[in-house]
Design a protein around this ligand. Structure first.
Ligand code: ZN
Ligand code: ZN
Length: 330
């Protein structure tokens, strides 16, 4: 039984946490506006100063333009495509030009796009103590949105919504394009930055103000390093079949299993290559690999009510029924 000072500290901590959530929700639109402003200033600087001076323009310009289009498209999608809420009816793949086309049209189990070569099992279902919604496995309640999100990863103020089942692919691709674009800007804009700072004696004859160029250049270098670190961490989680929440939960399960002399095994982990293929919904049974380099929408392999598991598994090894962590202690 916690003593009253412990309860008091806990209550204070909860209050601070609630204020933090409210602030995150309030600041979201400003973060998005700031990010758009930064992208536009950076793109204008690149297109005006760096692009016209690139060597072999017929070879170098098309990939640069493709990277820019992908960067904007995936940011637009990650901000506007709903992460998928437990209360929503299952989402359907669209037929407009923004959706990628799949070649194979074999019949598949309901709600799942991959064939039965995978061990696909229906998700365990519980009830959310916070919003009362029925939530399939891998769903978590977001305190900022106050809704239950399918395959919840985290709430991101930079996109003003959650990262979940339906927008996680765009989130990772957006990070990949941020890293590619800022890296290329940092490499190809170096001499121009020295011009902008007046270190070289060359004249500045561009529409973009040298201060804007120098500032976007320096922010690009910092963003490249910061986002590359986030991307690497995220890709590692994807490759082991975990979301950000699950990577924390699984550490707890691992310790719990070890204390009993058992070992924990994540039932969603189908091996690194398969996990990555399922995440991006590419490969033999998914979409073509080139959808990764096109600014298109690709649906997830599942509707979030069934999950691919290791053959022979119906739940994680080392965790008993009822021992799973819930959102209640959040
Ligand atoms: Zn909920
Ligand atoms: Zn949220």
């Amino acid at each position: 039984m916690p003593t009253w000072p412990a309860r008091f500290v806990f209550a204070c901590f909860k209050k601070v946490e609630r204020w933090g959530d409210r602030l995150t929700g309030f600041a979201g639109p400003y973060f998005v506006a700031f990010a758009v402003l930064l992208f536009v200033a950076g793109t204008a600087s690149f297109l005006n100063v760096v692009l016209p001076n690139l060597p072999y323009p017929w070879i170098t310009i098309p990939p640069c333009l493709l990277i820019i289009v992908n960067l904007y498209a995936h940011y637009y999608y990650v901000c506007t495509v709903s992460p998928g809420f437990a209360s929503d009816p299952p989402a359907h793949t669209g037929h407009t030009f923004t959706w990628a086309k799949k070649h194979a049209t074999r019949r598949r189990p309901k709600g799942v796009q991959w064939s039965s070569s995978l061990n696909i099992t229906p998700a365990h279902v519980t009830k959310c103590a916070k919003c009362g919604e029925t939530k399939p496995e891998r769903t978590h309640h977001c305190r900022v949105c106050n809704r239950c999100v399918l395959k919840y990863d985290h709430h991101c103020p930079g996109i003003n919504q959650c990262v979940g089942l339906h927008n996680e692919r765009h989130f990772v691709l957006f990070m990949a394009y941020v890293v590619t674009a800022t890296f290329w800007y940092a490499v190809s804009g170096f001499w121009h930055c020295l011009d902008a700072l007046g270190i070289n004696d060359d004249e500045w004859n561009y529409l973009v103000h040298p201060i804007i160029f120098a500032v976007t250049y320096m922010i690009s270098v910092v963003m490249c390093l910061a986002v590359a670190t986030m991307l690497l961490w995220h890709m590692w989680s994807v490759s082991v079949g975990e979301t950000s929440v699950e990577s924390q939960d699984h550490d707890v399960y691992r310790r719990m299993a070890e204390s009993r002399g058992e070992s924990f095994a994540n039932s969603y982990d189908l091996g690194k290559l398969k996990n990555i293929q399922l995440f991006f919904n590419i490969g033999k049974e998914g979409y073509p690999w080139y959808t990764l380099v096109l600014p298109l929408r690709v649906p997830p392999y599942t509707d979030g009510r069934s999950w691919a598991r290791r053959p022979g598994y119906v739940r994680h090894a080392g965790v008993r029924a009822g021992e799973e962590l819930t959102d209640e202690e959040d």
